[in-house]
Ligand binder design. Structure first.
Ligand code: IFM
Length: 456
């Protein structure tokens, strides 16, 4: 099984999950600093204060990436390092940190893929309403301009947003992520302002010009939604979940409209829809050069008419998500379903876009530990990745233009509300000493990259 020549094999991380050094380099406070320091929000009270201490160890981490033979590395920029208060002139120390990182990648022949927003909104903007305030979209475009002007000569891949569903719904609808709101109207407003921010950021980057052949795109987390039982009501429930989780993002980005069924579902319950103004949808649906997809599992759902809105995702849709009894689960409790990824890729091609696609995240949590010899033998992760690589290869045989695959994650890291209890890395991190140990999967993945495919 061979992948096309030049296929971009890489790994991914995000700023708050690995950097630490939250009070250094002129960085301002982000909503995740506030949230993680609020008792009861994150498992065991973990915070990103130190995380993997990557801010102080970029060279060591870059050398590890080179050892693995990575072709690409996806990382995110912490907005509060660039604009500590969310607006105004850029903080040069913040830009310099990322300049050193991308130069270090280039010296090692690793292609940088930069995400502008992976959830660490400056707290100062949250204090003014955050993503529920339309002005945040403008501020995002301003911030994007500073980063793009500084790094466009070196970074060929630019991702505006990571997983706007998570930022909107886990952050504003269900309260499980920062800023911890629990209100569907806020989630719909955040959705619209994130997408508008994406559109404005694209315009801003394009107005700066294109020093190389830079590719601009956005990353969505997409999950096929399936009826848990063979019942019409569950089919309907799956359609609502597909509407909120997938179409609420795909339709405005690729068709310039919000899905009518979802807007009227919420409208029928007295919840205001996305606060669209004239011209917004044209901006949101401006062409992208690629689409990033993060894939982890399918949603299996059943109709739950008595459900009332709570912290359980989709409760406000009168839906109960379930995990099928049969089949393997990850340490997150997520079902292992490689076919869901190929299904989604084929659907994107058939229903939404001809743009090239990159898997910008996929991977699994394992209950990893270092054995007495210091080895971390994560056979489960190897078989998970192997099955997903084979699934995407199948989708490519059906005509999907997939150009690269970023494994989540390079390092074990701060898994948001789960703190450090969940390990997704190819490289094990001993948080007490910050020692990095490539797991068996890292060695295996290095072989996949060398052979340009999982066989051999
Ligand atoms: O750790 C996260 C990442 O930040 C976004 N996508 C899903 C990953 C695993 O939950």
């Amino acid at each position: 099984m061979q992948f096309p020549e030049g296929f971009l094999w890489g790994t991914a991380t995000a700023s708050y999950q690995i950097e630490g050094a939250v009070n250094e380099g002129g960085r301002g406070t982000s909503i995740w600093d506030t949230f993680s320091h609020t008792p009861g929000k994150v498992y065991r009270g973990d915070t990103g204060d130190i995380a993997c201490d990557h801010y102080h160890r970029p060279e060591e981490d870059l050398d590890l990436m080179a050892d693995l033979g990575l072709k690409a590395y996806r990382f995110s920029v912490a907005w509060p390092r660039i604009q500590p208060d969310g607006s105004g002139p850029p903080n040069q120390e913040g830009l310099d940190f990322y300049r050193r990182l991308v130069d270090g990648l280039r010296q090692r022949d690793i292609v940088p893929m930069l995400t502008l927003y992976h959830w660490d909104l400056p707290q100062a903007l949250e204090d003014r309403g955050g993503w529920t305030n339309r002005d945040t979209s403008e501020r995002f475009a301003e911030y994007t301009g500073f980063v793009y002007e500084a790094l466009a000569d070196t970074v060929p891949f630019w991702i505006t947003l990571n997983e706007p569903w998570v930022a909107s719904w886990l952050g504003h609808g269900y309260g499980l992520h920062a800023p911890g709101k629990q209100d569907a109207a806020s989630a719909l407003a955040a959705t619209h302002h994130l997408l508008l921010g994406h559109g404005l950021a694209l315009e801003r980057m394009r107005s700066v010009g294109n020093p190389g052949d830079n590719q601009l795109g956005v990353t969505l987390n997409l999950h096929p939604a399936l009826a848990a039982r063979d019942r019409d009501a569950d089919e309907e429930a799956a359609r609502r979940v597909d509407g909120q989780a997938n179409r609420l993002y795909l339709d405005p980005l690729f068709r310039g409209e919000y899905p009518e069924d979802i807007v009227s579902y919420y409208g029928g319950r007295g919840v205001d829809g996305p606060p669209v103004r004239d011209g917004d949808l044209e901006k949101i649906s401006g062409p992208v050069d690629f689409l990033g997809i993060n894939y982890y599992f399918r949603h299996h759902v059943r109709d739950a008419p008595d459900e009332t809105p709570s912290q359980i995702p989709f409760s406000d849709l009168a839906v109960r998500p379930i995990v099928p009894h049969a089949g393997e689960k990850t340490a997150m409790g997520w079902p292992v379903e490689p076919d869901g990824l190929s299904e989604m890729l084929v659907r994107l091609k058939d229903e939404y876009t001809d743009a090239p696609i990159y898997v910008t995240e996929n991977g699994r949590a394992v209950h990893d530990y270092a054995d007495p010899n210091g080895d971390v033998k994560d056979e489960e992760r190897i078989s998970y990745l192997d099955s997903h690589f084979r699934a995407v290869h199948g989708a490519m045989e059906q005509g999907v233009d997939l150009r690269g695959y970023m494994v989540w994650s390079f390092l074990d890291n701060f898994e948001w509300a789960e703190g450090y209890s969940k390990r997704f890395g190819l490289v094990y991190v001993d948080y007490a000493t910050q020692k990095r140990t490539p797991k068996s999967s890292a060695r295996w993945y290095a072989g996949v990259i060398r052979r340009n495919g999982p066989d051999g």
